[in-house]
Design a protein. Structure first.
Length: 144
């Protein structure tokens, strides 16, 4: 690797690939469960928000991670989606986990997998920040 380039700039590391795969799988699970609830008529603003975020994650995550973008672009992508997923976690937890009783097993699964998606997105942000910017990866780009 020339001029301080890291593996984060030239391709996906094993950690980033595994973490991104867990985010994608979590979003697919959340999408499936929430689509089922919407199809049977159980709706609301929070469910629609979480469903849209899971659909967007399912569609755009493979595109963003296999196009070999610079770390700064992936970092922006991870920051935006981590914010969207933390809002989804708070909506799911406030709606289905609380003093009003225990949720069904499927709704508890939605809460768990929204948290998993946020958790690994957060580590993607930290990883990309460390290897893309903190180590100087974005500052050492060669102009051709």
């Amino acid at each position: 690797m020339v001029n301080g380039e890291t593996r984060a700039r030239t391709g996906l590391s094993t950690f980033l690939l595994a973490s991104s795969a867990l985010v994608w799988v979590s979003s697919v699970i959340v999408m499936g469960i929430l689509a089922y609830y919407v199809s049977i008529g159980y709706g609301g603003d929070h469910i629609i928000y979480e469903l849209v975020i899971s659909v967007l994650t399912t569609v755009f995550f493979p595109l963003a991670y296999f196009l070999r973008l610079y770390p700064g672009h992936i970092l922006l992508f991870n920051l935006i989606f981590s914010y969207l997923w933390i809002v989804a976690v708070s909506f799911a937890a406030s709606d289905w986990i609380g003093p009003y009783g225990s949720p069904s097993a499927l709704l508890a699964t939605v809460v768990a997998f929204t948290f998993i998606a946020f958790f690994f997105l957060f580590f993607n942000v930290l990883y990309d920040w460390h290897y893309g910017f903190y180590r100087g990866g974005a500052r050492t780009r060669a102009v051709v």
